[in-house]
Design a protein around this ligand. Structure first.
Ligand SMILES: Nc1ncnc2c1ncn2[C@@H]1O[C@H](COP(=O)(O)OP(=O)(O)O)[C@@H](O)[C@H]1O
Ligand SMILES: [Mg+2]
Length: 152
């Protein structure tokens, strides 16, 4: 049975194509779609001068929360248009780790991701977050490739 589908978004175009696919599947299966955005706090810590600049952490965190809210809103609109039940959540931490935790803790039947994300590094088959989830998730993983024409 396919009741609960998790779609992971970093706000990238590819993840939005993955969201379209997850909603199509949910519609056929009568499943609920839950979208998650992970605020990548580890990425912040790697920035040069990060620790030395007061206030920068709060600003960058705020920007990431905004990016997440907008992405989750956009997927919510898609789900509503398709008549699919929708939930959303924002997590904080290392994206791969947080996605894997959600996969094992929350009773999802399928996780859907883009092959790549914000880095857009198409020379790699999979981005690092996607690769980690494919390798370690204990539920089925669907990775949706980017299409130049925006079509799935
Ligand atoms: N911070 C995040 N929160 C939720 N999902 C994410 C996040 N980062 C990546 N993903 C998911 O993983 C897919 C692949 O992204 P990633 O592996 O990070 O590639 P890249 O190296 O190109 O950024 C994205 O399309 C998205 O579905
Ligand atoms: Mg990424």
């Amino acid at each position: 049975m396919l009741n609960n589908i998790l779609i992971a978004t970093d706000g990238s175009d590819t993840s939005m194509q993955a969201a379209d696919m997850s909603i199509s599947i949910a519609k056929c299966a009568g499943a609920v779609v839950t979208a998650v955005y992970v605020v990548d706090v580890h990425r912040l810590a790697q920035l040069p001068g990060y620790a030395a600049m007061p206030g920068i952490k709060d600003n960058l965190m705020e920007l990431m929360f905004k990016e997440g809210s907008e992405a989750l809103e956009e997927i919510g609109d898609k789900a509503r248009d398709a008549g699919v039940a929708y939930e959303r959540t924002i997590a904080q931490g290392d994206p791969g780790e947080e996605l894997l935790k959600l996969c094992s803790d929350k009773g999802f039947d399928l996780i859907v991701l883009g092959t790549i994300g914000k880095s857009g590094l198409t020379k790699f088959l999979l981005g690092s977050v996607a690769e980690r989830v494919v390798r370690h998730a204990h539920i089925p993983v669907l990775v949706v490739p980017a299409r130049a024409d925006g079509e799935i």
